[in-house]
Design a protein around this ligand. Structure first.
Ligand SMILES: NC(=O)c1ccc[n+]([C@@H]2O[C@H](COP(=O)([O-])OP(=O)(O)OC[C@H]3O[C@@H](n4cnc5c(N)ncnc54)[C@H](O)[C@@H]3O)[C@@H](O)[C@H]2O)c1
Length: 270
């Protein structure tokens, strides 16, 4: 599918599926890829939020469609893929981005149900979506995929055993998928944002770390925010708009010889 004469970042004539598409990062990425010519298929859990995101994209001149789907439900994922293919035809690109943060507790107190619920969305959901769309792409000449990991996968943040575990799984999934899918002309990479804000996850993460209490962070959310930012070499949070460029590059033909890697989007945290 790679044509070296095509501008690296052009998505004209391509369809990109984005899970968690109604969330902060999903929507920002949809807008960016839409402006690069892509037709966008948003998938998310909440119908109202989804329709608001789709309408916002339409207002920005982006060709956007939306499907409500719980990515943990195998039958729903398969049915959604079928519906997308029926309406939009071939899907060339996937941003496998849906995810949840879950509660924060030290390992000794971490509830099993919460651990399972986070793996269900961040691991099982990511796997179901990855496999479904990879099958579709393999039958249609290939494609490219970006999985959403996190710096939590490698950074070992306290009180986040379930989330860190789930995102480490996404990195493993990415590397194995890149091997299994290379013969089918499908590239698979990951991105790992760190402290992105303002936004729902940033605010929540600061509040939850403060409330969980540990020897690593203060109990005042404002101080926690300063502590987190102080650990970033660039000494600031990243903006949501600083994620889509990396995702677009990895999905694009400009990255045609890049697969199985993880790109930190983390202001210098490695
Ligand atoms: N914001 C950050 O600082 C940050 C940092 C690193 C990684 N991430 C990851 O980026 C991704 C997007 O995060 P965000 O900041 O945009 O958060 P967000 O909460 O704004 O977006 C996540 C979206 O996923 C959807 N979702 C959740 N469960 C779902 C399910 N079962 N089926 C379908 N959709 C579901 C939500 O409805 C939401 O719209 C997540 O995977 C998150 O873990 C975020």
């Amino acid at each position: 599918m790679t044509d070296p004469t095509t501008p690296n970042t052009s998505f004209t004539g391509r369809t990109v599926v984005i899970t968690g598409g109604a969330g902060d990062i999903g929507l920002a990425t949809a807008r960016h890829l839409g402006r690069l010519g892509a037709t966008i298929a948003l998938i998310d859990l909440y119908a109202g939020k989804l329709e608001a995101a789709r309408a916002q994209l339409e207002g920005d001149g982006v060709a956007a469609h939306a499907w409500r789907c719980d990515v943990t439900d195998e039958a729903a994922v398969d049915a959604t893929l079928e519906a997308i293919a029926e309406r939009l035809g071939r899907v060339q690109h996937l941003f496998n981005n849906a995810g949840i943060l879950g509660p924060f507790h030290p390992l000794l107190d971490y509830p099993t149900d919460d651990f399972d619920a986070i793996q269900a969305v961040n691991v099982r959901g990511a796997f179901l979506v990855l496999r479904a769309f990879a099958r579709h792409m393999a039958e249609r000449g290939g494609g490219s995929i970006v999985n959403m990991a996190s710096m939590a996968a490698t950074g070992g943040p306290p009180n986040m055993i379930a989330y860190a575990t789930s995102k480490a799984a996404v990195l493993g999934m990415t590397q194995t998928a890149s091997k299994d899918l290379a013969p089918h002309g499908i590239r698979v990479n990951a991105v790992s944002p760190a402290y992105m804000g303002p936004g729902f996850m940033w605010t929540r993460q600061v509040e939850l770390q403060a409330a969980a209490g540990s020897q690593y962070f203060a109990t005042d959310p404002e101080v926690v925010a300063e502590q987190m930012i102080g650990s970033v070499p660039m000494r600031r949070t990243g903006g949501m708009e600083e994620i889509p460029g990396a995702v677009a590059f990895l999905l694009s033909d400009g990255a045609s010889y890049i697969t199985g890697i993880n790109v930190p989007i983390a202001g210098g945290i490695l």
